[in-house]
Design a protein around this ligand. Structure first.
Ligand code: ADP
Ligand code: ADP
Ligand code: MG
Length: 636
């Protein structure tokens, strides 16, 4: 049998791993920016399905079906995201005579729009959040009682969700939500729901087959969220009374049976932490990012079950066959910048060091690039231990032992999150992280702090290895030079901003044994994990000669450059335009987020060096100005 995976990155690798174990042949499809990606090499065969153009290639149904026909694939697995919840794709795959590794297309369609899913859940006897989707929504909101939540029927990934606190803001929020929903999802239907003040996100994994068997594989808690996006997930959901847990299992099974569900899927619920009540949120008719935590506590391979039932075989598991053991936690490592509001970032990966004793589902290796075309998830770090407490400790330790950079990630933030009292005591609710003020959040360590720690740790390791130091007072050893006394090291490192650090490390007795240091395969840089954050430095050569990278070849003329790798969406100026400070000149998109780049002074546009659709590098000049006016002066 031959399986085509219509997806990319870590999920494509994940599906290939099971396929290989089951002796299936594998086919990768890829867009041009991914031509060197690991998942492409892992497949037995691969086909390019399109050029660099945001994520459209992976949505090109015809190109994917052509690749399937050309390679003689028997089955198509959609992964998650992209086309995984596209009923039309499921149907097209089936009509092409291929096996669709997912539920029947009606189930996808029925659960695809939240408006219909709510109605179906209600008729299956599953409690839904008080709300409305039709009629006078403003009147409905008043009746539900503020605050209310306004969300897009076709929404996903936490997009288009708004809290409205009073009737004053309702009409404006509704109008904005409709516009955004239409633009993002092509469907302007909106649901108004009671806003649960202290919501826990608890979900139930289900699996069904085409013979009417449906079982559950227990709960997961995904309450650690930022902006409605999951950060940490664990199984089983902790801190739930037995009858609530049983109620959740039964509700999920009732809904799955009601729609004759015949694959792996997830029914999401909100549990009100104040009252203990639970309500249906939505059903995801696909494999979920956090499926590894369920695999860890059940010992089952969810992709294997998907493949088995997709071919029409019976599930071969009864509810009583499923046993639960231990506790598992997953951390989503995203390429995003913690010092810039966690906005997604593209960039290079040079250092990857994964601690032992964990499951690491990832798309990256040294030499990979995180491109701006797709979402920021780069890896999932999963631990499983006998109980929750040791699992939390193991996750902290794993995040301390992980080195991944220099593209910035959220790993240091996750390291901090794992130790918060709300998480340790299993009282995390989905609103907690968003409510943190800036000074409650951990700040990444400074470059000086990290450089000093690195030098100390490096010194310790050199003494341990008895590295010879016989070439004068300063011996160059990697990025470090030792003093003649060998008890002090100095380090000369250049950080990402281009600043040079010459740091003397403390005496070896102060060496922090918990700090991880790894050197890069290309030897020109060193990456250090401090408090979970990876900080990478370039090592200037021995001569100390060091030239900062030119970011603006226009000399003294003011310019707007791309702050990170991105794709130009809109250019708002033409040569000759006069701009004021703060005016938007270019809009770029990186990792599914739009960023407006504005002039940081007044001036006249000299040159526009990009056009919509261009892929641009970090620091690439996009627009240059002449005669940047000084601040207007008072005439006297
Ligand atoms: P998506 O399709 O974007 O995943 P969901 O309906 O699953 O949308 O909601 C995503 C998240 O938004 C939930 O996990 C929860 O944190 C929050 N949320 C959704 N509905 C409510 C609600 N009525 N009250 C409070 N929080 C909610
Ligand atoms: P102590 O050793 O006295 O407990 P530390 O300074 O080592 O204090 O910090 C304790 C823990 O707090 C660390 O293990 C680390 O996880 C976390 N921490 C400290 N500083 C930071 C920081 N800048 N960013 C993130 N986490 C930090
Ligand atoms: Mg959801």
């Amino acid at each position: 049998m031959k399986l085509l995976v219509a997806n990319r990155g870590e999920i494509a690798s994940r599906v290939f791993a099971t396929a290989r174990r089951l002796d299936w042949r594998t086919v990768a499809v890829f867009a041009e920016p991914d031509s060197d990606a690991r998942f492409v090499r892992e497949a037995d065969e691969s086909r390019c399905i399109g050029p660099a153009a945001l994520d459209r290639s992976y949505l090109d149904i015809n190109a994917i079906l052509t690749a399937a026909a050309e390679t003689g694939a028997d089955a198509v697995h959609p992964g998650y995201g992209f086309l995984s919840e596209n009923a039309g794709f499921a149907q097209a795959v089936t009509e092409a005579g291929l096996t669709w590794v997912g539920p029947h297309s009606d189930a996808i369609a029925q659960m695809g729009a939240k408006v219909e899913a709510r109605a179906i859940a209600e008729s299956a006897g599953v409690p839904i959040i008080p709300g409305a989707a039709t009629g006078d929504l403003s009147a409905a909101a008043s009746q539900i009682g503020y605050p209310v939540l306004v969300k897009a029927s076709a929404g996903g990934g936490g997009k288009g969700i708004r809290i409205v606190r009073s009737s004053d803001g309702f009409d404006a929020a509704l109008a904005a939500a409709r516009t955004e929903a239409l633009r993002s999802f092509g469907d302007d239907r909106i649901i108004v729901e009671r806003y649960i003040e202290r919501p826990r996100h608890v979900e139930v994994q289900v699996v069904g087959d085409q013979h009417g068997n449906v079982i559950h594989l227990g709960t997961r808690d995904c309450s650690s969220q930022r902006r409605y996006q999951k950060l940490l997930e664990e199984a089983p959901a902790p801190n739930l009374p037995d009858d609530t847990r049983r109620g959740l299992h039964e509700a999920a099974l009732a809904l799955a049976r009601h729609i004759a569900y015949d694959s792996a899927g997830t029914v999401e619920f909100i549990v009100d932490a104040d009252t203990g009540e639970f309500f249906f949120l939505e059903m995801n008719t696909r494999l979920q990012v956090e499926h590894p935590v369920t695999e860890a506590i059940t010992g089952l391979d969810l992709v294997e079950l998907q493949l088995r039932v997709a071919g029409g075989a019976a599930l071969g598991l009864r509810q009583s066959d499923v046993t639960f053991g231990g506790h598992s936690i997953e951390a989503r490592i995203n390429a995003e910048d913690p010092v810039d509001g966690f906005s997604p970032r593209a960039g290079p990966v040079r250092h990857v060091r994964v601690p032992s004793g964990v499951r690491w589902d990832s798309a990256v290796e040294p030499g990979s690039a995180i491109t701006p075309y797709y979402d920021p998830l780069v890896a999932k770090l999963v631990v499983a231990r006998p109980d929750r407490e040791t699992a939390l400790d193991a996750m902290s330790e794993a995040l301390d032992g992980l080195v991944l950079g220099p593209v910035p990630t959220n790993a240091g933030f996750l390291r901090w999150l794992v130790g918060t009292p709300q998480l340790r005591s299993a009282e995390m609710t989905t609103d907690v992280i968003d409510a943190l003020s800036a000074d409650e959040m951990p700040a990444p360590p400074t470059s000086d702090q990290v450089a000093g720690t690195a030098a100390t740790a490096w010194l310790a390791s050199m003494q341990h290895d008895r590295v010879r130091d016989d070439s004068g007072p300063w011996a160059w050893l990697g990025p470090f030079r030792l003093t003649e006394h060998r008890s002090v090291a100095a380090v000369l490192l250049r950080d990402a901003a281009g600043d040079l650090h010459e740091v003397a490390a403390a005496s070896i007795n102060d060496a922090e044994s918990s700090v991880n240091v790894t050197s890069s395969a290309d030897a020109g840089s060193v990456a250090v994990n401090l408090y979970g954050y990876t900080v990478a430095f370039d090592v200037p050569d021995r001569s100390d000669a060091w030239t900062p990278t030119a970011t603006d070849d226009t000399g003294s003329v003011d310019a707007v450059a791309a702050p990170f790798p991105a794709v130009v969406v809109e250019v708002s100026v033409v040569p000759g335009d006069v701009v004021a400070s703060g005016d938007t000149v270019v809009v770029v998109e990186a990792m599914k987020m739009l960023h407006s780049l504005s002039a940081h002074g007044a001036g006249t546009v000299a040159d526009v060096r990009c056009a919509a659709g261009d892929a641009v590098e970090a620091n690439q000049v996009l627009v240059s100005f002449v005669g940047a006016d000084p601040e207007p002066e008072e005439l006297s």
